[in-house]
Every structure is written in structure tokens, then in C-alpha cells.
Design a binder for this molecule. Structure first.
Ligand SMILES: NC(=O)c1ccc[n+]([C@@H]2O[C@H](COP(=O)([O-])OP(=O)(O)OC[C@H]3O[C@@H](n4cnc5c(N)ncnc54)[C@H](O)[C@@H]3O)[C@@H](O)[C@H]2O)c1
Length: 251
């Protein structure tokens, strides 16, 4: 159980769902995990469930001042940063079509889902370079590949994350930074976010029929992909898209 032994990894939005599962798995595989979230009780619960090798930092990923504080704190206490999982995200009110979406909703979703990822890369890369290199995993979505009529700003935000990930990957590779950057694209995963989008049994059953494998994914299914991309097993992988969706994107 040492696929990421001795690595220091920051997981944003780790107080719930996919981030919590990733933080637990990374710690179980030997990493020291910094659990960050805007939700203090959720983040502390994740640290409690890990039971060692983890600590919590309150963090709003949309705020640049927060990123500076978090990265400085990690470098001061752990002395290095080897991995960053830009997982924090919101889906906003559901449904939100392009006709019903307000400018305030649109900006809020993009400020967390896109600006938060941009700031993570901007401040995470120098810290990783100073640690001899590292790996960034950005949580995009199946929504980056498809039209999402009921989640218009969310789909746009995840398309931006998919594209921006490649920009960071190529820029870092060309500059010899030894920092890799990849995106992960979950299908429908039953987390608080996933359940919010599918509130009734009827809606879930309708959605389930569209998943070739025939069932929803669990947060751990995504966490295993994140673990691979953070580990050195993926040392030759950068700028790629790891789709974990029960086959939906292949139809
Ligand atoms: N659940 C799915 O079906 C699904 C599918 C595709 C992509 N994703 C993506 O996976 C990621 C995790 O989603 P999840 O399903 O675990 O959602 P979730 O709602 O269970 O967890 C998201 C976490 O992010 C935190 N967060 C929100 N805004 C924040 C901010 N500004 N700063 C710091 N933390 C913040 C929340 O407090 C929460 O703990 C998101 O980026 C989401 O878009 C999820």
C-alpha cells in the first residue's frame, strides 16, 4: 500500500464525495494529504476518517489570497508539494438552461469551477517545481464532451477545465518543469452533487438506463483514477483525459 509513499498531496473540496474518497485512498497508499474545503465540518470529518497522515485547511478555491495562504502553509509545514487534485466544484441550481441561467449563477459556477482550477495551477506549479516536480489532476466531467442543456454554466466550466489542463500540461512540459497535468472526467457518480442532479428514484432510473455498464459510479471509482495520475506509475502521462463513466462517452 505505497503507490504514493512520501508524497504530499493537496486535495481541494475533500470534505465530501469524490474529493473525500480520493483523500482517503491517497492516504491509504502512503501520501500525506492536505484536505481543503470551504466546508469545515466536512473537511474535518474526512481527516477523522483518514485517521492520521492528514490535516485540514479552510480554503475557498475561488480566492487567490486563500491559495497563497494554503500553499505557503504547506511549504512551511510539510516542506514540499508533490500532488494537487483540483477537485472542488459546484453544479449550481438544477435545471439551469442557457435561457434561465442568471449572470450571477454563471459567474459563481465559473469562479469556482474554472478560476479555482486556474489559481490552483498558477500557485501549485511553482511549489511543485521547488519540490523537484509533481502531478496535477483537474476534475472535469463527462459534461466537457456533451451538450448539457440543464446544466449550461456547469458544462461550459468543465469544457474550460478540459482545455486549460492541456495548456498547463504542454507549457510545463516544454519549459522542463517536470510537472504533469491531466483531467479526469467522471460520468454520473452518486455523491451529494450527483444526488442533487437526480433527486427522485424515477430520475435516477431514467439516467441509469443510459449507462452502458448499467449502474452509477461510486466516488472510489474516480479516486482510483486520481491515484494513478498522482502516482509515478503515470510518469509519461500528461495532457490526457481520463474518462471514468461506465461507457457513456463511448456511445
Ligand atoms: N458527482 C458527479 O456525478 C460528478 C460528475 C462529473 C464531475 N464531477 C466533479 O467532481 C468534483 C467533485 O464533485 P462531487 O460529486 O464529489 O461533489 P460534492 O458536492 O460531493 O463535493 C464537492 C466539495 O467541494 C466543496 N467546495 C465547493 N465550493 C468550494 C470552494 N469554493 N472552495 C473549496 N471547496 C469547495 C464542497 O464544500 C464539497 O465538499 C467536482 O469538480 C464535480 O464537478 C462530479
Amino acid at each position: 500500500m505505497s503507490r504514493v509513499a512520501d508524497k504530499v498531496v493537496l486535495v481541494t473540496g475533500a470534505g465530501s464525495g469524490i474529493g473525500r474518497a480520493a483523500a482517503k485512498l491517497l492516504a491509504a497508499e502512503g501520501a500525506t494529504v492536505i484536505v481543503s474545503d470551504i466546508n469545515q465540518s466536512g473537511g474535518l470529518e474526512t481527516v477523522h476518517r483518514i485517521g492520521g497522515r492528514a490535516r485540514f485547511l479552510l480554503h475557498d478555491t475561488a480566492q487567490e489570497t486563500d491559495w497563497k495562504r494554503i500553499i505557503d502553509d504547506i511549504l512551511a509545514r510539510e516542506g514540499r508539494l508533490d500532488g494537487l487534485v483540483n477537485n472542488a466544484g459546484i453544479a449550481g441550481p438544477f435545471p439551469s438552461t442557457f435561457e434561465s441561467e442568471t449572470v450571477e449563477q454563471w459567474q459563481r459556477i465559473l469562479s469556482i469551477n474554472v478560476q479555482g482550477v486556474f489559481l490552483g495551477c498558477k500557485h501549485g506549479v511553482p511549489a511543485m517545481r521547488g519540490s523537484g516536480g509533481g502531478s496535477i489532476v483537474n476534475l472535469s466531467s463527462l459534461a466537457a464532451f456533451l451538450g448539457t442543456p440543464d446544466l449550461s454554466a456547469y458544462g461550459a466550466s468543465k469544457g474550460a477545465v478540459r482545455q486549460f489542463t492541456k495548456t498547463v500540461a504542454i507549457d510545463c512540459a516544454r519549459k522542463g518543469y517536470k510537472v504533469r497535468c491531466n483531467s479526469v472526467h467522471p460520468g454520473v457518480i452518486l455523491t451529494p452533487m450527483g444526488e442533487g442532479i437526480l433527486p427522485s428514484d424515477r430520475a435516477r432510473e431514467r439516467m441509469r438506463k443510459h449507462i452502458p455498464i448499467g449502474e452509477f459510479g461510486a466516488p472510489e471509482d474516480i479516486a482510483y483514477g486520481i491515484l494513478y495520475l498522482i502516482s509515478d506509475e503515470s510518469r509519461f502521462v500528461t495532457g490526457t483525459e481520463l474518462v471514468i463513466d461506465g461507457g457513456m462517452n463511448a456511445i
